[in-house]
Ligand binder design. Sequence first.
Ligand code: SF4
Length: 303
Amino acid sequence: MRRRLIDASPLSPEEARTAWREGHGDHPLDRYLKTGRIPHIWCPGCGIGIAFTAFVKALEKSGASVDKTVVVSGIGCSGRAAGYLNLDTYHTTHGRAIPFATGLKLARPELNVVVFSGDGDLFAIGGNHTIHAARRNVDMTVICVNNFNYGMTGGQGGPTTPVGARTTTTPYGCAEHPFNLIHMAGAAGAVYVARWTVLHTHEMRDSFDEAMKKHGFSFVEVISPCPTGYVRRNKLGTPLDLMKYYRDNSYLSDTLDPDETALSFNSRIAVGKFVDRERPTFMDMYNEWIVSRAGESEEKGQT
Ligand code: SF4
């Protein structure tokens, strides 16, 4: 019996790709992917791949030049997304995706700069960078996949773990208040703030597209299951159960104040676009206050 199971082992990744192409031809999104790196590392039932696909579809929909789009990620399961994209991408150190992306945008303002990372990377280790990039209104798009724990490192509690939720570091239930990412991003100064679950594939795609076209710091939170960590420890069922949960418990409410969008353990999930406004970006301010005034001073012979 064991012998037969070994004989029936699945195709190698290369054989699987060849078989797919022979049967179906190239996938229309292949040109955005480093197909040689697939299969990806994400667990079965993980939502990151859905958010990743929505992002690739947003790239296609937006017509953004692949030569002018750069994706930066930090550390964690979501941070692995950068490695699968056939663009210029950077997989940076923990929490440092946003300062890296900021430097990139300042040096090459014509680039479409996107950060794709997770809740722990962006709001714990990199929390300070996130709020200050929003305050400065640096022109970039930040996509944050929020699965309420540190999936890659073993399912520890993080800055979005709800009160009472079990993780490897909160076995009796989390005793800390979580961040509401929507409220934080909006209060810090983001000009575009939205939230979707991985069930909202079309809305996510359209929101990523809109966020990339926005002039300024745009932020999209994606609520996603981590079946290996958070979902299993909290006995929330199968990945399909989570999708049904998102279907039955998310509600569209663009008119809610960001302060009213907080999530708690197994709460209903407000989705939609909560902030859409205009503010001068960091480069606008820099050009107005530094470049033009320094030029005037030089003309007057001042230092
Ligand atoms: Fe996804 Fe969790 Fe697996 Fe990471 S550990 S790939 S977040 S399911």
